[in-house]
Design a binder for this molecule. Structure first.
Ligand SMILES: [Zn+2]
Length: 94
């Protein structure tokens, strides 16, 4: 069972979350060429090991999170808000 420690709600079962995809993708500018958008949206690495993923806590605070997880073992190394401003505020209060 995968349990994710939401920084706002605490540790919850993964069934409360929705997987959003690879969290390391840098999306192109809105007016970038279609090929750049195609590559960003459809061409992904199938990482075997540690990767950063986006998850939304849909049955909790509804916040988007960056979860660093091992795809082989499901071990979670870190969870932080996807919004950089919120991450900075949380780090300042720790
Ligand atoms: Zn939450």
């Amino acid at each position: 069972m995968l349990r994710i420690a939401c920084p706002f709600c605490g540790t919850r079962d993964h069934s409360e979350f929705s997987y959003g995809g690879d969290g390391s993708v840098n999306y192109p500018a809105l007016d970038a060429a279609l090929e750049a958008w195609h590559d960003a949206v459809f061409l992904r690495d199938n990482i075997c090991g540690r990767q950063v993923e986006t998850w939304q806590h849909v049955h909790g605070c509804r916040m988007w999170l960056l979860v660093e997880r091992d795809t082989m073992t499901h071990e979670i190394f870190s969870v932080r808000p996807a919004h950089a401003g919120l991450a900075t505020v949380l780090e300042a209060t720790e």
